[in-house]
Design a protein around this ligand. Structure first.
Ligand code: PGA
Length: 255
C-alpha cells in the first residue's frame, strides 16, 4: 500500500448471501469492530438488502455498494437496476465486471465499460474487476489480459472521473477457492493494472488510483498481501460475511 498517494479501501462483496434481516444483524455486529478504521470500508450487498444496509450503516464509517448496475437510465430491461436507482437508495459504490458475472451472465469487456461509464455519470464509485483464469496464466497471458481488461473498462473515462474508479485485480483461480495468490503475484498483477492506467493517463495519475486485490483474502493472509506497495486494499468475498474476520482485514489495511 502507498498511503502517501492513494486511499486504502476494503470492500466486502456479499454475493448472493443474506436476507434484509440478516443484513441488519451483520452490519450491527460489524459497526463497532470497524469504527475508527484508517481506510475506507465498503459493503457491497444484494439489491434487496440495500435499504436495510443503508439504514443499519447510518452514522457509521461503513459505506454501502451494489453488486452490479445497468448502463441505461431506464427502459425495457427486465431484472436490471439503473445507477440513478442505486444513488436514490443511498448507494455510493458498485462492483462491475466481477468474474462471476463474466463467467455466468455473459458480461463482456464492452458491457463492463458501459456499466462503468453509467456508474460514473451518476456519481457512483465503480469497483471494476479484472483477472485472468488459470489457463490464461499458464499460457503466459496474465499481463496482456489484465492490461486489456483494464483499458477496455476505462475507455472514455476522463482523468477527472478516474477519482471514482477502483480496480480490483481478482485472479479467477483464487476466487472462492481458498487458493490465494502469493503476495508477490498479487503485487505483480496489481502492478500490471497500474501500468495500464499509466499508459492511458500517465504515470503520476496512475499512482493515485486505488487497486485492490481480491481472491480468498482473509484474516490470516491480509497483512502480508496489504504490505505490498501495489496492493491498496481488498475485495473480500467469503471473509466479509464474518464480522470478526472482516474487521481483522480492515485493521490490517489501517496500519
Ligand atoms: P473470495 O471472493 O474472497 O470469497 O475469494 C472474492 C470476490 O469474489 O470478490
Amino acid at each position: 500500500m502507498n498511503k502517501a498517494t492513494r486511499k486504502a479501501v476494503i470492500a466486502g462483496n456479499w454475493k448472493m448471501n443474506k436476507t434484509p434481516a440478516e443484513t441488519t444483524a451483520l452490519i450491527n455486529e460489524m459497526k463497532p469492530l470497524v469504527a475508527g478504521a484508517d481506510c475506507d470500508v465498503v459493503l457491497c450487498v444484494p439489491f434487496v438488502d440495500i435499504a436495510a444496509a443503508v439504514e443499519a450503516a447510518k452514522g457509521s464509517n461503513i459505506k454501502i455498494g451494489a453488486e452490479n448496475v445497468h448502463f441505461k437510465a431506464s427502459g425495457a430491461y427486465t431484472g436490471e437496476v439503473s445507477a440513478e436507482m442505486l444513488t436514490a437508495c443511498g448507494v455510493e459504490y458498485v462492483v462491475i465486471g466481477h468474474s462471476e458475472r463474466r463467467q455466468y451472465f455473459g458480461e463482456t469487456d464492452q458491457t463492463v465499460n458501459l456499466r462503468t461509464l453509467a456508474a460514473l455519470s451518476a456519481g457512483l464509485t465503480a469497483i471494476v474487476c479484472v483477472g485472468e483464469t488459470l489457463e490464461q496464466r499458464e499460457l503466459g497471458y496474465t499481463e496482456t489480459l489484465l492490461k486489456y481488461q483494464t483499458k477496455m473498462a476505462l475507455t472514455n473515462v476522463s482523468a477527472e472521473q478516474l477519482k471514482n474508479i477502483i480496480i480490483a485485480y481478482e485472479p479467477v483461480w483464487a476466487i472462492g477457492t481458498g487458493v490465494t495468490a502469493t503476495a508477490e503475484q498479487a503485487d505483480e498483477g496489481n502492478g500490471f493494472v497500474r501500468e495500464a492506467i499509466a499508459e492511458m493517463f500517465g504515470k503520476e495519475v496512475s499512482e493515485t488510483v486505488t487497486v485492490q486485490y481480491g481472491g480468498s483474502m482473509n484474516a490470516k493472509n491480509a497483512d502480508e498481501l496489504l504490505s505490498k506497495v501495489n496492493v491498496d486494499g481488498g475485495l473480500i468475498g467469503g471473509a466479509s460475511l464474518k464480522a470478526e474476520d472482516f474487521s481483522v482485514i480492515v485493521k490490517a489495511a489501517s496500519k
